[in-house]
Design a protein around this ligand. Sequence first.
Ligand code: GAP
Length: 463
Amino acid sequence: MSDEHDGPRPPSQGYGAASMEKIVSLCKRRGFIFQSSEIYGGLNGAWDYGPLGVELKRNLKNYWWRVMVHERDDVVGMDGAILTHPEALRASGHVEGFSDPMVDCRSCKAHLRLDQLIEKKGVKQCPNCGGKDLTEVRQFNLMFETHVGAAADETSIAYLRPETAQSIFVQFKNILEVSRKKLPFGIAQIGKAFRNEINPRNFTFRSREFEQMELEYFCRAEQGMELLEYWKEERLKFYENIGISRDKLHVMTVPDNERAFYSKGTYDIEYSFPFGRQELEGVAYRTDYDLSQHQKASGKSLEYFDEETKQRFVPHVVEPSAGVDRTVLALICEAYSEDEAPDEKGKMEPRVVLRFHPRVAPIKCAVFPLLKNKEPLVAKAKEIVDLLRPHMFVFYDESGAIGRRYRRQDEIGTPFGVTVDFETLGEKDAALRDTVTLRDRDSMKQERVKISDLLELLSVRIA
Ligand code: GAP
């Protein structure tokens, strides 16, 4: 049930192991992502997003919400609890079946997922130490169990949800009643999910605590396969619209023997990460399995009544389920690039640049007075900050040479830089009064624009 298609796939072109190291190091150095509880040695599989990481993540989630909920008539949102009733997860199959096959290496004591073992001359070996003394395969349930209330016994067990989907199914009837939607319609949710992964790895890619963006799109049985295709295409468009190039995205049709038994069709949307092609999102036609299971277990009707045909039936569902953290990581990998830019004297020097799509970039525009000790330049730059701030996240920087300031913003992916110079004050040419230079991060080209046009110009480019 967890995303199984996790075996090694060929690394994408143009990256190497060093690139992932550079990405991890940039993420820490510039405040995108830190190891959780780092000062205590770190908590494996948990990550904290810093000042820039949280902006990137929010921009991603907000854009997903915009296109999946706000821009549609047929989708409503919800925000469910993380603590989940054990009966709900028993009905969904998670209590019995949400597990990975696991073995231990008796030599180095490593706990391993079965698919991580390496095989040499037909003999399975530990990938860490090469040891061949392995335990029998056993199932390891990935759910985090906790207790609700003061009595820590069998009766008080609850689980941290392993996916956001189940609260959508459990609330299906309530939401149907209040929203008065007709099929096909969807319920969307963004939120935390928890899985006690045996081996968290590849930075944030496989974590124990992560966020999902899930849509459960309910429909009639006969619409299922067509909607599966529709949502696969919609989701591919989404990734392109946040700046992930189509040639780094791959659609994997999950073979019959690897699909969940209740699914009639599943696609994995994969991205070429530096460590190989890996799943970003699953788009699955889950039939009426989930609602039927909850109906059976709860004894409450989860049927839909069709006013026109007077039919009553349990709807089917198509589910596009994306990982927030994986998409953030893909955005960073996609954006990372190294090129050259001129220094103060025009000499070319290496530059690291995150070429984020302006839509997701943490900071949209940096504002610089050319010199920090010239009061009129500073005052004008601050006026521009006040003008833009209600509409976008801007950053004011007056320290250091202007080239250095550009470079710092390039490295964190700020797409636009506005510089207030002596022309802005009309000192050289009255016609240039109240104009600024607008610098584009990628082309490094500068255009002269009127301050009064700036907001409109930038708003269009970051929308
Ligand atoms: N409701 C369906 C479901 O949860 P899944 O393939 O297990 O399906 C959906 O998970 C998405 O959640 C994955 O495609 C991935 O992006 C993200 N995800 C799953 N496990 C994850 C983990 N351990 N760390 C980070 N993201 C994860």
